[in-house]
Design a binder for this molecule. Structure first.
Ligand code: IMP
Ligand code: MG
Length: 180
């Protein structure tokens, strides 16, 4: 497998990501069928994906952002999710697309979906770049999935290890024995 300038193994190159994001954008464009769309990014990891996906969607779209914390750093979290930044605008009656970097245990997106549904959006869909179905603890699936991956810890294109590596342009594998 190819490696990047830091010696990290590349799982998906920037070209592969761009091609898949373009396909996802086309699919979302078809599904929104000329209506307005609110794209809600989950900070911080979804920022690069939202930036690219939004430009691949042909629709009258606005952005909003939420942030959650999952109590814990590094590769493990404790499981409890809390909201640390709420939506700026009401999503009542709107077509909402939640945009997330990776669907792992599902705890974050289940929590947010439940919270958002209380506001009675017209539609609520989920787009994730990566999905790790084998890790699921909550019953939740995304409407749009970039790539389904095995149980690997990945970094880059928004995804972090202890807040680092988010700016890597390719998606790389963080091996458990990596020196840093
Ligand atoms: P979930 O609540 O377990 O589905 O986790 C979602 C969040 O966990 C994602 O938004 C990521 O921030 C983080 N996460 C899960 N797997 C990975 C990974 O492989 N690399 C980096 N972050 C991850
Ligand atoms: Mg995240």
């Amino acid at each position: 497998m190819a490696t990047n300038y830091r010696g990290l193994e590349i799982l998906y190159t920037r070209q592969q990501i761009a091609e898949r994001v373009a396909e996802m954008g086309a699919q979302i464009t078809r599904d929104i069928n000329g209506e307005k769309l609110v794209m809600v990014g989950i900070l911080k990891g979804a920022a690069p994906f939202l930036a690219d996906l939004s430009r691949a969607v042909q629709a009258d779209a606005t952005f909003d952002f939420v942030a959650t914390s999952s109590y814990g750093q590094g590769q493990r979290s404790s499981g409890a999710v809390k909201l640390v930044k709420d939506l700026d605008e009401s999503i009542e009656g709107k077509n909402v697309l939640m945009v997330e970097d990776i669907l792992d245990t599902g705890l974050t997106l289940s929590y947010l979906r439940k919270l958002f549904l209380q506001q009675k959006p017209k539609t609520l869909r989920i787009a994730v770049l990566l999905d790790k179905p084998s890790r699921r603890l909550e019953k939740i699936e995304a409407d749009y999935v970039g790539f389904s991956i095995p149980n690997l810890f990945v970094i880059g294109y928004g995804m972090d290890y202890a807040e680092r590596y988010r700016n890597l342009p390719d998606i790389c594998i963080m091996s458990p024995d990596h020196p840093e």
